[in-house]
Write a protein that binds this ligand. Sequence first.
Ligand code: ATP
Ligand code: MG
Length: 415
Amino acid sequence: MLQKIQAVKGMNDLLPEESGRWEWFEDTVRDVARQYGYRLVRAPVVEPTNLFVRSIGEVTDIVEKEMYSFEDSLNGDKLTLRPELTAGIIRSAIEHSWLHAGPQRVWAMGPVFRHERPQKGRYRQFYQFDVEALGFEGPDVDAEQIVMLARIWKRLGLTDVELEINSIGDAAERRVHREKLIAHFEAHADVLDEDARRRLHSNPLRILDTKNPAMQSMVEAAPKLLDVLGEASLAHFDGLKRLLNEAGLGFRINPRLVRGLDYYNRTVFEWVTPIDGRTLTITGGGRYDGLFEQLGGKPTPGVGFGMGIERVMLKLAEVAAAMPVHAPDAYVAHLDAPAFANEVAERLRDAGKAVVSHAGGGSFKSQMKKADASGARWAIIIGEAERDSRSVTLKPLREEGQQQLISIDQLADAL
Ligand code: ATP
Ligand code: MG
């Protein structure tokens, strides 16, 4: 026998028995996005490597070590499997000038790729639900997206999710803070780990994000960006906090929240939740008012978020044991009457019903087992007598009740 081929490490299959929950999730977020006036956009999975280097930033985890990059074997172009969805959307907005008539609210969903060490909730291919509001100064639209997320958690039945927010100001404020930060880290050089020492001058802000326990107290004591914010940034942040308060949303200000991508400014936020005993981020987002210019577009403010769908699925599996399966309304069992069985099934589908028509032959007994296992509410049984009288035997599978012979003209109504 030939050796079996296995999936790439860290890249998962969605199996049929798991897909009900994914479909339910996707239907839910699609519907909420529509409720808030966000429209679907799709950008390619493969983009020029430069797009991500210029947007996400050279000294970030993603660009430094997580991208799947390769050369086009025909022309040598440098290409990358997208590690997130925002950059492609902004590229598309600039390329096709789809903001010419004013601001736009858009969303996207799909796979992204990061070469990380796989573990629970961390994969090399994973899915994001992504929402972007382009051309809005905020903070009203910043709050809108956070409120929208709260609605999504509610629709999904998630209650123990927590919101953390912060403001990381503008570029000038971050420069001032950066000097203070470097001075603080240099004064505590003895506790810096290798990663932090490497980042000290390239991206000191990211050191605040460290998960190294030995560095926690030193990082807690570091100068806070919030303390150096100017009037405009403070007003924006105050506006956001006020809107969230008025919407009745609780939040925690986390001065160390800086996010892993370089393009953010002002508002940053994360939603976190315990999964399997660990606190994981299920959504991260923020404002990126400089990103359009960084990618060669006209100055355009923007704000958005990315949701890690696998992590939400892990959470849903913990809190909701049973998930509505997409069971058919009826299962058609028949003995040697494929044409009539199809006619019956098609008529019911015309009436909007979901109908599985038995394929592959076999006895009535084995077909009825399959009908039962399908979760269908009704079995529709077709033998010679039924076929000859253009009728079917209708048998309830989920509740008590007599089976009855019924003409196919009355069948859709009977269901
Ligand atoms: P982390 O700090 O966990 O690495 P991040 O800051 O890199 O997260 P973002 O770039 O903000 O994550 O991506 C948005 C969301 O996608 C995250 O909040 C998380 O839920 C999810 N996510 C990020 N990386 C992975 C991964 N490797 N596998 C599965 N989900 C992920
Ligand atoms: Mg990461």
